[in-house]
Each structure stands twice: as C-alpha cells, then as structure tokens.
Write a protein of this length. Structure first.
Length: 625
C-alpha cells in the first residue's frame, strides 16, 4: 500500500484507541455506568452508536456477494436476520423494553416471570443464550476481518515453527485488531464504545460516499449494463427465481441454481413467517438491547430506535453498491471463468476490489472505514455480553455484595474471557456464510417462540420460557450440526437429503418444537404469581392476551386504558418495512444508473416518512415516562 493509505489507517487506529481510553475515565461509578453509560448519553449518540455497530465488515462482505450474484432482489436476503426487527423495536418494543428500568435482557425476564424457581430458570437460560450468541458473533467478526485484511495488507504475518504453521497471516491480523479494540472497550465500557462508534460512523459515512462517488464517476451505464440484465435490476419476483444473468455469464446462473434459493417465492414466504415472530420477539440480548436500556427515558428509547433505521441503510448501501459496480465491470469475466465458483469466493469480492481498483487516498479512507465497521460491531458485542456474566450470574448467584471497583474488575476479566472464547471458535469456522447460518438458524431459531409468547400471553410462565428456549436451541443446533456433517453422509440417505435443505426452510420445525416446549412447560407447571403479572402489565402495558390480569387491576381501581394498539402498530411496521426497503433500494438504483427506479424509491421514502410522522412520531411525543 501507498504510504498515504498506511498513514490514514494508522491515524484512524490511534484516534479510536485514544478516544476510547480518554473517555474511559467516566466509567468509574459502577455497573450502571460501565454497561449503560449511567443512562446519561443522548439518544442521537446512542442511535449513531447502534447504527455503527450494525455496519460490520463481515456482514458487508456477505451483502456485497449476494448483491453481485442475485441483483436488486438480494436485499430481501437481509430478512434472514431479520433486519426489520429494528422497525418493530422502533414502533413499539423500545417503549415496552425501556419501561423496565433494568440493566440486561435476562434481568428484564425476572420482571416478567418473578424470582421463584421458574423465574430463575428463565433468567439463567436467556443469560446463557446472550453469552453464547456474543461468543458466536465474535467468531463471526474474527473470520470476516481476517479474510479482509490479509488480501489488503502486503505483509505476511504467518508464524512458523519449522515447517509447521502455528498461525496464518489472516488470523495474526485478526488477533492484532481484536486486541486493540478490546483494550479500549474493556477499559471504558459503554462510554468508550459509544464515543468511538460515533467517530467510526462518521468515517464510514465518508468512505461510503467516496466509494459510491468513485464508482459513479469512473464507470458508465454502458459498462454496467453490458454485464447485468434487466432481471438483475428487477425488484419484483415470482414463485421461481428467474434467470438473472445472460448466457455469457452462465457460471453465475449455475451458482444460483446450486445455492438452494431457486424457489424464491417460498424463500420469501418463509422469511416473512420467521421475520414476523422473530421481530415481535424483540431484540436478542445483545448490544442493540443495551442501547435501548441506556436511553434517558421511554420516549428517547423510541427516538433512538427510529434514528438507527434512518442513518444506517443509505450510507451502507452506497458503499456496498459502489464496490459491487466496480466488481461487476472488472471481476465478472474472471469469476465467470471459474467453473468451481462458490458463495465463499464472493465473500472475497470486497478485499479484491479495494486491493486492485481503488486509488490512493480513497483506499486509505475506505480501509479506515471498514476497520471502523469491524471495530464498532465488535466493541458493541464485547460490551454487551459480559454484562450478563457479571450482573446476571456472578453478582446474583456468587457475590451479591461487593464494591463497584470489584464488579468492574470482574467485568473486564469477563470481557477478555468472552473475546478469547469467540476467537477460539473463529479458528474452527469454515466461512462467514457458515457462521451467518449458525447465528440465524440455530441461535435465533431457538430464541423466537418463547420470546414472542412472553409479550402476548399472560399464562405463559418461567418454565414454559425455559423449556421453549431449550427445545428450540437443541433442535436448531442438531439441524446445524447435520448441515456441517453433510460431507460425510451417504448420498441419497434421508439425513443427506435433509442436510441439503436450506436452514430457513427448516425454521417451522424448529419453531414447532420450541412452541411445544413452551406449551408443555407452561401447562405442566403453575402460573406466574399474579402480583408479578400485575406489576409487569401495569408497567410495560403490552397488547395481547392479558384479559385476566387486566380484570384484576381494574377491580383494584387501577387507572389506565388497555393497550388496543395492535393494528396500528402492525400498520406502522408494514409502512416501516417499506420505508426501510426504500432506503436500501435508493442508493442501489442510483449507483447502477437506473434513474426511474431511483426516483420511485425516493418518492416511496418521502411518502412513508410523511405517513410515519403522523402515525408514529406524533404518538411517541405524547408518551409519558
């Protein structure tokens, strides 16, 4: 790399680490300061931090690959997570969650199920889930940053012992960057994470605009359209995935046929089915939940969640589409000649483009932006996961009375432990895609049913929650293990055929077993204590099947109206999903020069924004804390 690019990257790393360490002096008062910033951080800074944490380099690499291969329709692949979970949080869940006034998601569970044995069982399993998911995401980040940096940076950091390779170059780079990020995250907690993530977000914005501008100025619509087809640019779809590529790029059509998404209508139907339940279930116990709990008030929790959606997608897809355009024009013929092309090869598009086709100066800013994307996402998880170890396990069950300094020290040790386990797991990951599938199927598959029912059904109790989560996680993990072992299975056998099925199509099975665990666990044990239910319902005020609890409260002259906003909230969520989609499609159509569709996306964005001003924002302003 040119000395200018190296200087930009070094300056960025020094700036981030220095800011993180400098501001860490604020995290001295206790766990509330360390993990939630003392609930004093302004909502728009938390929103920038939340958006920055979602702008990760591993996910960006994956999205570049799927946009390149599947075209404009690929934005729906993001529904696997599902990304419009953030819309549901914005519309009503942020308000429900923030009213609890707790520190972590598992501590919140105690306000729903109480502190008896059933409540403690539900509390422990969600804390374990949070810790495991944090470790899984750290492995995901570790795999992505290693692949990316190795192709970009010229120095070989492979460690040898004779002929034995102790550490590959990509893992050496990953360890160095993870070490630097962990230092300021562990030292300063939420204050350091938010401060550095705001700076990192601004760098990512600059990088996205520069790359989009470079692709727009240097590549013509004639060059782009000589590679892609009209179907590639078409957002609409039928039951089957239409041929995306012309005959001269047949390798890409063959890869699409082999990846299991040819029945695109069924795939979208399944993502919608999963997405609704996963979104109502709420955010998983990780960094975005911590941002909601860190806000000053219920009203600011809603503002923060809406702001996260607004600032995330346009700059991210400017960067993604800019890189995809450069790859389409320069790398498509070379990749098409590779008859053994796999989805994992497309994960390397981003580093190849950056290494070969980005000019000096812009390359340094882009690399700093991508490092910022990695560091912000990574630091967010490192801050969130240990909160569950310290607050929900160590403090609750081992040492309930100790000084703030002691708890912060344990938090720091826990952070290093979680990072170490995540890195260890990352050493055994096959690819970013395999980790993506594990997180979205095994982890999220087991999470959905129990966390959906906790909001809407009064009779659902702690044992129902525990066995629902446990059953879902076990079945989902078996499904993932089967997929990992498919290379050793006998071709034509039932297990082999089952292993070929995409994880999303098996979601109803995982969901069904989890629901069964929820129902059996609930009806084979006594209901949650009515005093706990009354306190929870009066405080959070969710909609759903809460009739018996509401009647008891009314009989006690408790004055509040029943929440009848289900249909309004669902309407807002539907409008919000269209709003979110327009922010993804607008930069894509603009950069590939499809101006009529870009104008349509802009009009949709403006119309949905106006509608949400009246149906959501005006309602939020009236919320009483």
């Amino acid at each position: 790399m040119d000395i200018i690019d190296v200087s930009i990257i070094v300056a960025y790393i020094l700036l981030s680490v220095s800011i993180g360490i400098w501001i860490s002096r604020k995290a001295k008062q206790g766990l509330d300061d360390y993990f939630l910033g003392g609930k004093t951080i302004k909502w728009y800074f938390l929103g920038l931090s939340n958006g920055s944490g979602m702008f990760d380099v591993s996910g960006t690499s994956w999205m570049i690959g799927v946009l390149f291969l599947y075209g404009v329709k690929s934005f729906m692949f993001m529904w696997l997570w599902p990304i419009w979970n953030q819309i549901f949080v914005m519309m009503f869940l942020a308000v429900w969650i923030r009213r609890s006034k707790v520190m972590t998601g598992s501590e919140w569970i105690l306000t729903r199920f109480g502190s008896d044995r059933a409540g403690k069982a539900s509390h422990i399993i969600v804390a374990i889930f949070a810790i495991i998911s944090t470790i899984g995401f750290i492995a995901y980040f570790f795999e992505g940053i290693g692949k990316f940096v190795t192709i970009i940076l010229p120095w070989d950091l492979t460690l040898h012992y004779g002929d034995l390779i102790l550490l590959t170059s990509e893992r050496s780079y990953a360890l160095i960057i993870i070490f630097l990020t962990t230092i300021y995250t562990v030292k300063g907690g939420m204050f350091s994470v938010v401060a550095t993530e705001v700076v990192q977000y601004l760098i990512m914005i600059v990088a996205g605009v520069l790359i989009a501008g470079y692709a727009f100025v240097n590549y013509t619509d004639i060059q782009i359209n000589s590679v892609i087809t009209e179907e590639w640019k078409n957002v609409f779809f039928g039951w089957q995935f239409e041929t995306q590529w012309s005959d001269k790029f047949q390798t890409f059509n063959n890869l699409i046929d082999s990846e299991g998404y040819k029945m695109f209508g069924a795939f979208i139907g399944m993502t919608l089915f999963k997405g609704f339940f996963a979104s109502v279930a709420g955010p998983t116990p990780s960094y975005d939940l911590q941002r909601v709990l860190s806000t000053k008030s219920v009203k600011e929790a809603a503002y923060m969640s809406g702001f996260t959606n607004l600032i995330l997608f346009i700059p991210r897809y400017l960067l993604i589409t800019g890189i995809v355009v450069i790859a389409l024009v320069n790398l498509a013929p070379e990749l098409n000649a590779n008859t053994g092309l796999t989805g994992a090869d497309l994960e390397l598009l981003m580093p190849k483009v950056v290494n070969l086709y980005i000019p000096v100066g812009i390359k340094g800013i882009l690399l700093a932006g991508l490092l910022a994307a990695f560091m912000s996402g990574f630091s967010a998880f490192v801050n969130a996961g240990p909160a569950y170890i310290v607050n929900d396990i160590y403090k609750k069950y081992f040492k309930p009375v100790a000084t703030n300094a002691h708890y912060i020290k344990v938090s720091q040790i826990s952070s290093f432990l979680v990072v170490g386990l995540g890195v260890f797991m990352g050493f055994f990951a096959d690819s970013i895609n395999s980790l993506t599938l594990w997180i979205t199927s095994a982890l999220y598959g087991g999470y959905v049913a129990a966390n959906f029912l906790k909001w809407i059904w009064w009779r659902f109790n702690g044992w129902g929650y525990f066995w629902g989560m446990f059953a879902g996680l076990i079945v989902a993990s078996l499904q993932f293990a089967l997929g990992q072992a498919k290379g050793s299975l006998t071709e034509g056998s039932f297990l082999y055929d089952l292993a070929q099925v995409q994880a999303i199509y098996l979601f109803p099975i995982i969901f069904g077993f989890s629901i069964l665990g929820c129902v059996l666990g609930t009806f084979l044990s006594k209901p949650t204590d009515m005093e706990v239910l009354k306190s929870f319902y009066a405080n959070v005020r969710p909609w759903g099947f809460w009739g018996p609890v509401y009647k008891v409260l009314k009989s006690e002259d408790f004055t509040f109206e029943k929440n009848n906003d289900f249909w309004r909230d669902m309407m807002n969520c539907a409008i919000g999903i269209i709003w979110q989609s327009s922010m993804i499609l607008l930069p894509i159509f603009f950069i590939i020069r499809d101006y009529p569709k870009a104008i349509t996306a802009l009009i949709v964005f403006l119309v949905t924004t106006t509608i949400l001003k009246f149906t959501w924002l005006d309602k939020v302003r009236k919320i009483e804390d």
